[in-house]
Design a binder for this molecule. Sequence first.
Ligand code: DAH
Length: 341
Amino acid sequence: MLDALRELETKAQAELQSASDSQALQGWNQRYLGRKGALAPFFLQLRDLPREERPLAGQTLNQVKQALTAALEERQEALKAGERAASMAAEAIDVTLPGRAPSLGRLHPSTATLRRIYAIFADMGFQVYRAPDVETDMVNFELLNIPPHHPARDMWDTFYTTREGVLLRTHTSPGQIRAMREYCPEPIRVILPGMCYRYEQVTARSEMMFYQVEGLAVGKNITMTDLKGVMAEYASRMFGEGRTMRFRASHFPFTEPSVEVDMDCILCGGEGCRVCKYTGWLEISGAGMVHPVVLRNGGYDPQVYSGFAFGMGVERPAMLMHGVTDIRYFFGNDLRFLGQF
Ligand code: DAH
């Protein structure tokens, strides 16, 4: 019996060493130590042994059982440690690696340009006045001296809402009416920035939405000279010192007289190039003296008060300054474009 026992132990130990997962260990446990395992019959045999052999056999049997139980526990521990080590190796983190830099957001080129414009006009005493994008036909057109069927409406076709007479503003000029009605009879010096909308074909030079900045000054004794000084100061600070300006006669229903403000081309300085279409001039703004009808619609007596106004694009100067050739990039939401500024 003792020999058989030793043989069993050797075999069991060998099998245990080659068990490589917890399932194999469980099987091994059943096969050797379980109630119906290989060791169980030896305990039954004890009874049949001659009395004097029993103590030694019993002792040996218990030793073998203890040894196998201990070996099982040891093997279980070793397997667990191995699994832990493997999972640590698999999920290892190199804490000495440099972190990934978070990508920083930045200002949209239109916003950046708007902020430069605000700063320049703030220095001249103009404050920002906000007016709504969704306007009424009355304020966007009629109070600006553009009655229904006026031919000027052709260049300001827009998007209409399902509510009669409510539309997306085609320019920032309706904000003039709102500012005047709020401040009347105080003097006014405001700029009105914001998005404008037009129902027109989208091309490299025109979008159906774009920013404008409107300017409005109302008070006593305001003349065209003031307009010119303000425009010249703006152009010099925005595009570089010593710019040459010119006022070109034009027409807007809400100003009288009306002008287009041009400055010498920032690329060729007036020589003539592709950017200025070989004229030497770049148009920067529409402007003029506020029409008496508009002053009256804002609540000001045109016999006592006068004012100037201007309205300019934002994307166009941004295009000039950054050499952008297509206005559609501004609202195309392409990070490859936006990330460059
Ligand atoms: N509202 C005009 C436009 O969108 C621009 C403009 C011209 C605004 C003359 C003015 C102005 O205030 O005086 O084309």
